[in-house]
Design a protein around this ligand. Structure first.
Ligand code: PRT
Length: 109
């Protein structure tokens, strides 16, 4: 069964039922407002280079593989979080959303 999550900005705060939706909403907000000091904004402005997100995805994937080889479960969780964050930034860069990802996964069931 598909669960529809709702994320919205209410009184300056993000209200959500799911951490992934909340994180994605923050990423979309950073893309629109490009605040100073935001790492996410620096990825959208290409301050860290044109391919920074792709490079990060490669780096974090390698770090995740090494963590798994070491059977280090804390590191596996941490590197997975880095990877998911950068994946969400990539989706947003191409104007895709978590619903596009959900739709693709559901299509495979
Ligand atoms: N989930 C994340 C997240 N995961 C990883 N990162 C950043 O991704 C980078 C990971 O790179 P590395 O681990 O290689 O660390 P590093 O060598 O210091 O990397 P560089 O900064 O030098 O590129 C670090 O700068 C982390 O801070 C994240 N940055 C932000 N978020 C989320 O995005 C929100 C908005 O963040 P800002 O855009 O910074 O306001 C935050 O509240 C978080 O919820």
């Amino acid at each position: 069964m598909h669960v529809q999550y709702e994320t919205r900005i209410q009184g300056g705060a993000f209200v959500t039922e799911d951490i992934l939706d909340e994180l994605f909403a923050i990423i979309e907000d950073r893309k629109e407002t490009l605040p100073d000091g935001s790492y996410t904004a620096s990825l959208f402005t290409h301050e860290k280079g044109d391919n920074a997100v792709l490079e990060k995805l490669g780096e974090e994937t390698t770090e995740l593989v090494l963590a798994a080889k070491d059977e280090n479960t804390d590191e596996i969780a941490a590197e997975s979080a880095d990877l998911v964050y950068h994946l969400l930034v990539l989706l947003s860069m191409y104007d895709l959303t978590l619903d596009d990802l959900r739709a693709e996964l559901e299509h495979r069931r």
